[in-house]
Design a protein around this ligand. Sequence first.
Ligand code: GTP
Length: 304
Amino acid sequence: MKKTEVYILSGFLGTGKTTLLKQILQHEKNSGRNIAVMMNELGRVSIDSDAVDKDVPLKELLGGCICCTIQDKLESQLQGLLFDHELDAIYIETTGAAHPVEVLDAVLSPLFADKLEIKGIITTVDGQQWLNRQSLNPQVHQLLLEQVKHADLIIVNKSDLLNESEQAKISIDIQGLNSQAKCILSTYSKVPIKLLEGLAHTQKVKSAGAHVQADLRLSTFVHQFQGAVSQKDFEGFLRSLPDSIYRIKGYVLFDHSQYPDLFQYSYGMPLYMKEYMKMPLNLVFIGQVTDWIQLEQQLKKLEK
Ligand SMILES: Nc1nc2c(ncn2[C@@H]2O[C@H](COP(=O)(O)OP(=O)(O)OP(=O)(O)O)[C@@H](O)[C@H]2O)c(=O)[nH]1
C-alpha cells in the first residue's frame, strides 16, 4: 500500500511558514494530488486557516503545542484524516515553539506509523532574526538552533531585508550547523517545489556493508514485529542501544503475555504499560542514526 507522505513545516514565529504553505498548496492543487493540512496554533483561535482552500481537509489543533500539551489530540486527528481520506500527502504546520524531535514523536503514533512516510522537516528562518539571535532569550535561541540542526531543508526567508554580505554570513552559519540539509535563500518563502519533492527524511534501510556517513540529521524507522519476544532479550537489546536513539515507542508482545505492552523509551528511560487488547506490533524509532540495518537485524533476532 502506498504510504502517505508527511511534511513538517517548522520554524520560529513569523518566519514565513504560512506563506510557504500557501505556495505548496497551490502547487499540489495544480498537480491534482489529494492532500490534507494540519495546523497547530498556540492560541485558541485559528488565524491562518484562511490560507487553506475549503476543499482541502484541514485539522486545526488550537490552544497548545502538538509537541507537548496536545499530542493525544494530534494522534486522533491524524488517525481520522487517514481513515476518512485517501491521501497522497499531509502538511503539518507547527507552532513556532515546537521542537522537531517532539513533533516527530507526536506524529509517529505506533497505531499508524507504518502508513506514513516522513518526507522531511522544512525549517523557515527569518534572516534578520537569525543575525540577531544572541539577543533572544537562551531557550528561544536554543530552539532556533535545534530547528535548524534537525531540518532537511532550510529556507532563509525575508532575504529582501538582507544585504549580500548578511546573506553569505547566514548561509555559512547555517551550513556549519547542518551541512546535510539544503539551505536556500528566499523572499516570501518562494522555493523551487522540486526541492520538497526530493526530500527523503525516512532513512531507507541500507544494504549490508553500505558506506555509512557521519550524519547528524534526525531519522525515523518503523519495525513491525511478527510475533512475541522475550522480555529479557528485549531489555538486553535496549541496553545495547547508542545514545543517538532519542525515542522508541510502540507495542511489544512478550512471550509471557496475551496482549502487548505499550512501550515508551525516552533518552534511555524505558516505560511499559499493559494493554488489554490486540494492537499493531509497530515499534517506532527516532534518532540520529545513519544506518538502521544493524538495528533491524537485532530486532529480527529477538523474534527467533
Ligand atoms: N519582507 C518580507 N516579509 C515576509 C517575507 N515572507 C513573509 N513575510 C511576512 O512575514 C509575516 C509572517 O509570515 P507568515 O508566513 O505568516 O509566518 P509564519 O511563520 O506562518 O507565522 P506564525 O504563524 O505566526 O508562526 C507576514 O506578514 C508575511 O507577509 C519576506 O520574504 N519578506
